[in-house]
Ligand binder design. Structure first.
Ligand code: PEP
Ligand code: MN
Length: 337
């Protein structure tokens, strides 16, 4: 980060600014230029309050030459993070299929879906028990009962499971859940991020509906700063002016993230499109731009689904998507571990 300081400011004020920055373990260098003094700052910028520095009366301006996140940054860790979920790897060339219904609806529904998905080759089963719905009158999920049915599906198939946690109070209930999902609506629930970041479980962090990539990575930074090492980013589409799909899948975020961060990134074509007909094309597109996995909503009878039925594919359509996606993996140097 570069701080531009007034040329003839009181030296005590400059020293005090430098002390305040260096106190946090950051390194500074001063350069005298014609019109101002350049103060370059390197190290973990998250340790200083950039806005407080900007408000200092000797500061003319601040230019960021590095990102505001540090632990998530590729500059901090060059090699790809590989997240291991009960032996299923994501990232660093390892591709992963996550699939299952939007919501767990009954023991039969989740167990039968899990059996079919296991046969199809899926690595991780998904299913929501606590559903953050836009309307308070929509199905809110089975809650604890849903988590119990997910555990049953895990026991019968050996598939690890991912499910969304919506409140800090639920943490104890998720002991048998292998990956905690932070949904689009929870991405900026910072108190939730701080608590799940301490949980020792891998976390699937979805992009909020209107979040920039920087805001998303700062949410990942919350998790990493609490000691969590296994964060999987999930691009699920963002809100744009375009009404023909539920969201707009931001495919460009994948190569951008690959430069900015070492964390694995997966694509969720189901919530991005909101339409089962587009799920296959968007899955293939996500893989082609470098995603480390896909998360697809699958329901045995989408027309009766209690949530997100329009975007759910049947197990047989999923089979078809699986086959085509796996055909292109070798071309982009990816494999399923
Ligand atoms: C979900 O995965 O079912 C979900 C609610 O997704 P999102 O948070 O991306 O809307
Ligand atoms: Mn859903």
């Amino acid at each position: 980060m570069i701080i531009l300081v007034k040329k003839n400011c009181e030296i005590e004020k400059l020293d005090s600014l430098i002390n305040r920055i260096e106190r946090h373990g950051l390194k500074t260098d001063t350069f005298n230029c014609e019109d101002y003094v350049v103060l370059s700052v390197s190290g973990d910028l998250s340790k200083i309050d950039v806005e407080a520095v900007r408000a200092n009366d000797i500061v003319l301006g601040i230019k960021r030459v590095t990102e505001p996140f540090y632990l998530a940054s590729r500059k901090n860790k060059k090699r790809d993070t590989v997240v291991d979920v009960c032996g299923r790897k994501i990232g660093g060339g390892n591709f992963c299929f996550i699939a299952g219904p939007c919501a767990v609806e009954s023991e039969k529904q989740i167990v039968e879906t899990a059996i079919q998905l296991k046969k199809a080759g899926v690595q991780i089963l998904r299913g929501g028990a606590f559903k953050p719905r836009t309307s308070p009158y929509s199905f809110q999920g089975l809650g604890v009962e849903g988590l119990k049915y997910l555990s049953q599906a895990k026991k019968e198939t050996g598939l690890p499971v991912v499910s969304e946690i919506t409140s800090v109070n639920q943490l104890d209930l998720f002991s048998d859940i292998d990956v905690l999902q932070i949904g689009a609506r929870g991405m900026q629930n910072f108190e939730l991020l701080k608590e799940v970041g301490k949980s020792n479980k891998p976390i699937l962090l979805k992009r909020a509906i209107s979040a920039t990539i920087e805001e998303w990575l700062l949410s990942a930074e919350y998790l990493l700063s609490q000691g969590c090492k296994d964060v999987i980013l999930c691009e699920r589409g963002i809100r744009t002016h375009e009404p023909t799909s539920r969201a707009t899948l931001d495919l460009s975020s994948i190569p951008v993230l690959k430069e900015l961060t070492h964390l694995p990134v997966i694509v969720d074509p189901s919530h991005a499109s909101g339409n089962a007909r587009y799920v296959k094309s968007l899955s293939l597109a996500g893989v082609a731009v470098g995603a480390d996995g896909v998360m697809i909503e699958v329901h045995p009878s989408p027309e009766t689904a209690l949530s997100d039925g329009a975007q759910a594919v049947t197990p047989s359509v999923f089979n078809d998507i699986y086959k085509d996606v796996t055909r292109i993996l070798p071309i982009i140097n990816k494999r399923i571990d």
